[in-house]
Design a protein around this ligand. Sequence first.
Ligand SMILES: [Fe+2]
Length: 376
Amino acid sequence: MIPTHRISSVLFLICCISTSALFSCKPEPKAIILRKPTTKPTADLIVRKEVRTVAFGSCAHAEQPMPVLDVAIRQKPDVFVWLGDNVYGDTEDISTLEDQYETLGQNPHFQRLDSATRLLATWDDHDYGWNDAGRHYPLKEESKDVFLDFWEDPRDAPRKNREGIYMSYLFDGGKQDVHVILLDTRTFRDDLVRSQSIILKGSNGFSYMADYEPHRGEDSTLLGTAQWRWLKKQLHVQADYRIIASSTQFGAEWNGYESWANFPNEQQRMLELIEEANQKQATPIPTVFISGDVHYAEISKIKSRDGSVANAVVDVTASGITSTWDFATNNANRVAGPIMENNVGILQLGRPGKAKIMAEIWDATGQLRVEHSVLP
Ligand SMILES: [Fe+2]
């Protein structure tokens, strides 16, 4: 049996054929709108979540208590960014790294944080696999697998299908869009230049030997070609706020240890790209760096290429969750800190009655140690 709607379709067709010479019963042709393929850059992942409070920290020994994470939880962060040295693997046996992550997963402080907020992560040398390691670390592929397993990226996370672990998120679930860029400072980084007996003084007068000197060649790279290409596009993603997470310090003055200051060309390139991107925006996107690695907290302000204060870039360093260090290095770019006790950082974004971007450093006893207006 032919269904009723089929019969009416057949009658309609007969009508069309028989009357087509006199009348056209074709529907009015609709205007075809050719859409230009969108060329707007987008973040790797769009997350429908409101973000106003961003917490971050680094340098955690998995087997140790992490009470400073409870301090972070009390600030009700919308996300917590793990900035690297999230475990200490320091191994050429991948099972050691796996064990360290397993221990972190069982740490009750970590578990409480995990159930309280969304975790994002990049890595630094010790959880990549080896102290100060770069692109020559032999287990980098295996280490990446362990990293991605532990941090449970969504199935469609692009970093699963490309080299390295750099990644970006656009949190657009509220009144303000927050773009978080996680850099990978390990997978592509060239070897560092060993220092030849340079003695430096720390901020408390402590003398130490510099490990590294700045690269002088033009072909030295920290991020590598593919990551730079990706980053250039990311800096054109529309947002109300942009946070760039780098495991090593971006804004601190050169101090003989690992930092962006060992790659002055790349540091300048970053500043240039941010300035160029901002010039193309109707309203420049407020951009702030967050970093870890050094076992104390501080805030650094690095001048732009033209030396203007307006284009200066702020880097908020929070380190460590369990680690501490005996001294802070001298840092002419420091505008707050150093805080030598265990700490976490907080960025408050667009809070009514506060600065547009407020940076805070909290210690493990729950004291607010630094409150710094990054953008009034
Ligand atoms: Fe580190």
